[in-house]
Design a protein around this ligand. Structure first.
Ligand SMILES: [Zn+2]
Length: 315
């Protein structure tokens, strides 16, 4: 708080650890870019707020984040190590973030100065971390060609660290995707409305942000496009992924013929997929964007291939 603004062109003072952590956190709420890099949007409200608190330019916050990512030559070695540590462990960053907020409050910095921009109070951070449906081996496969290309073109590359930094970036990209999908759906299952937030339950494994067109078959842009995402509870997510459920272009939820039979004859299936469980159409907050038509069409085109049972249904 004692710091004064550096005149433009002047040398910036070094980042304090607490500033570095906040820059990392701001990167988690940035929009993912199709190329897989993580960029802070310098015009975002929280970025402007922290830039003014730190007496820095929004651009310098963005540059700090790029250095952490470890792909820029300016980044110091420990910055890449920090990035790897924070992105490869599940609990480190949430714990540090909690400490940052508690410290701010203890010195009298309120919500206006240091906002809870990751929604710690609402468990949003945990929910988003757990909502990522893409697993590490799939992420690893996706970065392999790029690492190989780098290893061939850069003589003294540390392959292991580069791999881990890129895995971290891919993970953060998926967290950003999950955050946007969950936010757009109001943090509930679009099929049944189940919401851990409504009950303020800490359990975050109850909601998944999954891809309509599967991640493994999507392009880089499609992998991070929130219009290719649905927020769902694990049961309905699995049913959608295994083509027991689909949606049409007007958001109507459709059961497969085999699922309809199960609902009609088995009370347990009826409990999870009957009229009392499933909404007739996707539950989305007012003004939320509907899933992209291209993705919905893709899912429906796949039905018959994956589950021949669908052919018996007039569509
Ligand atoms: Zn559900």
């Amino acid at each position: 708080m004692a710091r004064s603004a550096v005149p433009s062109g002047g040398r910036q003072v070094d980042f304090l650890p607490i500033e570095t952590l906040i820059c990392y956190g701001l990167g988690l709420v940035a929009r993912p870019t199709p190329s897989g890099t993580v960029n802070i949007q310098t015009s975002a409200r929280d970025v402007l707020r922290f830039a003014s608190l730190f007496r820095r330019t929004p651009k310098s916050l963005a540059a700090k984040l790029s250095n952490l990512d470890g792909r820029r030559p300016h980044g110091a070695k420990f910055e890449q190590q920090l990035w790897i540590e924070l992105t490869t462990t599940r609990d480190t960053f949430p714990a540090l973030y909690e400490t940052v907020l508690a410290s701010a409050r203890s010195v009298g910095l309120g919500h206006e100065d240091v906002p809870d921009f990751l929604g710690h109070a609402e468990h949003a951070l945990d929910i988003v971390f757990d909502a990522v449906s893409v697993n590490d081996s799939a992420l690893f496969k996706s970065i392999e060609p790029e690492v190989r290309r780098l290893a061939e073109s850069v003589a003294d590359i540390d392959v292991a660290s580069t791999e881990r930094a890129m895995m971290g970036t891919a993970r953060v990209g998926q967290q950003q995707f999950a955050r946007r999908v969950l936010t757009s759906a109001g943090y509930h299952c679009v099929f049944c409305g189940l919401s851990t937030r409504a009950q303020n339950l800490p359990s975050s494994r109850m909601l998944v942000a999954s891809h309509i067109k599967p991640w493994s078959e999507s392009s880089g842009r499609e992998r991070v496009d929130p219009l290719n995402g649905l927020a769902a509870c694990p049961t309905h997510d699995a049913a959608f992924e295994s083509h027991l459920l689909t949606i049409d272009s007007s958001r109507v939820i459709i059961r497969s013929p085999s699922l309809e039979r199960a609902v009609a004859t088995d009370s347990v299936w009826a409990q999870f997929f009957g009229e009392n469980a499933l909404s007739p159409e996707l539950i989305l907050p007012e003004g939320a964007s509907a899933p992209g038509l291209g993705y919905v069409d893709w899912h429906r085109a796949r039905l018959v291939v994956e589950l021949p049972d669908w052919t018996r249904r007039k569509r």
